[in-house]
Design a binder for this molecule. Structure first.
Ligand SMILES: *[C@@H]1O[C@H](CO)[C@@H](O)[C@H](O)[C@H]1NC(C)=O
Ligand SMILES: *[C@@H]1O[C@H](CO)[C@@H](O)[C@H](O)[C@H]1NC(C)=O
Length: 264
């Protein structure tokens, strides 16, 4: 944030028309809190605080103990007390969202800079204003974001984060989610691929088995055929032999066998 922006904020806060022409009723706490923060002069606010008027409001304050060191002891405590009053009661009333918090922070800058007007020496005035801005930046920073979510509402799950930090976190979450989804998709693709491969393998195995079976069947057939052929051959040979034997027998029994030797 540029310094000029800070002054624009401060000017905006100063120029803001008084919302109330008279003090709201005590039972109207919302209006009363706004009136105390944004309409009352700081000393008037301190008087109300002293009297705890009304006691139903939250008057607790640690007086800027969180804020940057204040080595020259500029009297920032009253401004910080009003700032704490703003945070505590806006929280109490469920109004601690981004616009409300910004207005309260801007009021702190106005109060602190008013305090700086009391400084007598010009250099101490410059130092005071620098520190006032440092306080303002501190309460506007990530370290003191008050837990605002991206819609500017109090989100206990995002404790202490500024809008910027929340947006960054949301962006990162989105990125992570997208990455996860991508990974999942890839995993699924891989799985599908694996399944397809398995299917292919199974099919190939099946085909192989079928082939083997076919081969076996063919071999068996061939063997049977061969066996048959062999048998047939043997049978033929047997028949041939039988015929031969028969012929011989016939020859042996024939009367003309004695003349065979006489043939030329
Ligand atoms: C509280 O005061 C505001 C401003 O004066 C007014 O608009 C609102 O209606 C009041 N609410 C109640 C509940 O009286
Ligand atoms: C008052 O506000 C302070 C600071 O926000 C908080 O710690 C405390 O619990 C509040 N007190 C009550 C009674 O709500």
């Amino acid at each position: 944030m540029k310094l000029s922006t800070v002054f624009a904020f401060a000017a905006g806060a100063l120029a803001m028309p008084a919302s109330y022409s008279a003090e709201p009723l005590k039972n109207n706490e919302t209006a009363l809190v706004d009136y105390y923060i944004f309409n009352l002069a700081l000393p008037e606010f301190l008087a109300k605080r002293e009297a705890k008027d009304p006691p139903s409001l939250n008057w607790t304050s640690d007086g800027c103990t969180n804020a940057p060191a204040n080595p020259f002891n500029f009297d920032f405590t009253p401004g910080c007390q009003r700032h704490d009053f703003g945070y505590a009661n806006y929280r109490k009333q469920g109004r601690f969202e981004i616009h409300g918090k910004r207005r309260i922070d801007e009021q702190l800058l106005v109060d602190l800079r008013n305090q700086c007007k009391k400084a007598t020496h010009v250099w101490s005035k410059v130092g005071c204003e620098g520190l006032a801005e440092a306080y303002f930046f501190f309460y506007r920073s990530d370290a003191f974001g008050g837990g605002l979510d991206a819609t500017g509402h109090v989100n206990p799950g995002l404790n202490g984060m500024s809008l910027k930090a929340v947006r960054e976190r949301k962006g990162k979450e989105k990125e992570a989610k997208e990455e996860e989804e991508k990974e999942k998709e890839e995993e699924e693709k891989e799985k599908e691929k694996e399944e397809k491969e398995k299917e292919k393998e199974a099919k190939e195995e099946e085909e192989k088995e079928e082939e083997a079976k076919d081969k076996e069947a063919k071999e068996k057939e061939l063997k049977e055929k061969k066996a048959e052929e062999k048998e047939a051959k043997e049978k033929k040979a047997e028949e041939k032999k039988a015929k031969k034997r028969e012929r011989r027998e016939r020859f042996e029994k024939s009367w003309w066998r004695y003349f065979v030797f006489l043939l030329p």
